[in-house]
Design a protein around this ligand. Structure first.
Ligand code: PMP
Length: 360
């Protein structure tokens, strides 16, 4: 039996999101707003469900939902491949563009799944630490790609977990100066204004990832898109499994992406909630002198505790109060912006943590 379990999977453990029930969930960067539905609400969704031919496979090219995405973001449909969440897109890109033993570059800290998928396809992971302030040194990235003969570079912009953004001038420079494929994960770009979506067709070596799990409010449906020039898109479509995006996801995703005004309004509310959380956190930072607060271009905030242990203590205290946030090694907390009420409650509980003298 043991011979069939190879080295690359032997020590893997299934992904285990936070366990238990919490009254406030600020740990997964989801939207606190439900995705907008057409004006007649569930009726259209129910009609889509009742129209579904359950015995038939979905549209392999997911045309309807790609057209809706193209309409909302203003990109050509020929540039799009719908995927079962960005997680699938990432796996797909590694499978398509990396040969066994090829070097791929990730930055640290960044979204942890990049490394994981790269290793599953037996790429050679090269990891470049970010600067002390967690910003990206583009010159170092370019240098490393050249020196290590990197075939694929992947990073998130704005970044999960740091919440920082890299200006698009710098991203352009990176793409132009490397010969590798650049996978630019814009999962949080709806909250910032430095997207390269509208120029993706100008690059031979760029794939942009977008997801409906964050600003669009559809984490449950699993819907993401690879956006790239037609030559790259042809390969991505050819490598993906034929029916990766299911019929219901396509139908409901298309309805939601057609609600342009409502989506824009939701994004505005999410950014405002982030801003309120940020301001509240800034006040706590000043009062407690316990942590550094990073600028945020996303729907979450990122904190570094001067006393590393304190991040863990506060995390436990929040869980005791039924509030889930995400703890990262090295004394960091990542906290998603919730509804105004949830943010106010979080800040109140955090304040009580220091008032109880636990932070000493
Ligand atoms: N990229 C980044 C940077 C993310 O933060 C996440 C979700 N946490 C994903 C990709 C995966 O998103 P999806 O739900 O579309 O699989």
């Amino acid at each position: 039996m043991s011979e069939i379990i190879n080295q690359k999977v032997r020590d893997l453990v299934p992904y285990d999101p936070i366990e238990g029930e919490y009254r406030i969930r600020l740990d997964a960067n989801e939207s606190f707003l439900p995705a907008p539905l057409p004006p007649d609400g569930m009726k259209t969704v129910e009609a889509a469900v009742s129209r579904t031919a359950w015995n038939r496979y979905p549209d392999p090219l997911a045309r309807e939902v790609c057209a809706a995405f193209a309409g909302f973001y203003g990109v050509p449909e020929e540039y799009l491949t719908a995927c079962n969440g960005s997680d699938e897109s990432i796996f797909l890109l590694f499978s398509a563009f990396l040969m066994k033993g090829d070097a791929f570059l990730t930055l640290a800290p960044d979204f942890s799944m990049y490394r994981f998928y790269g290793e599953i396809v037996e790429g050679e992971g090269v990891c470049l630490p970010k600067r002390e302030d967690l910003s990206i040194d583009v010159d170092a990235v370019i240098r490393t790609v050249r020196e290590k003969d990197v075939k694929l570079v992947i990073f998130s912009n704005p970044c999960n977990p740091t919440s920082l953004g890299l200006d698009r001038g710098e991203v352009r420079r990176l793409i132009r100066e490397v010969e590798a494929l650049v996978v630019l994960d814009e999962a949080y770009m709806d909250f910032w204004d430095q997207s390269l979506l509208h120029e993706v067709g100008e690059y031979e070596n760029l794939v942009i990832l977008r997801t409906c799990s964050k600003a669009i409010g559809l984490a449950s449906l699993r819907l993401g898109f690879c956006v790239a020039n037609p030559a790259l898109t042809r390969i991505i479509r050819a490598v993906k499994s034929p029916y990766n995006s299911n019929t219901l996801t396509q139908a409901i995703g298309a309805q939601v992406l057609a609600q342009k005004e409502q989506l824009r309004e939701n994004i505005r509310r999410l950014v405002q909630a982030r801003e309120e959380l940020y301001q509240g956190m800034e006040a706590l930072r000043e009062a407690s002198a316990a942590f550094h607060l990073y600028e945020s271009c996303t729907n979450f905030v990122f904190l570094k505790f001067y006393r590393e242990q304190e991040a863990g203590e506060l995390h436990a205290y929040l869980l005791e109060n039924s509030i889930a946030v995400r703890l990262f090694p090295g004394g960091y907390l990542r906290i998603t912006a919730g509804s105004p009420e949830e943010n106010a409650e979080l800040l109140r509980v955090m304040e009580s943590y220091w008032q109880r003298g636990q932070g000493k």
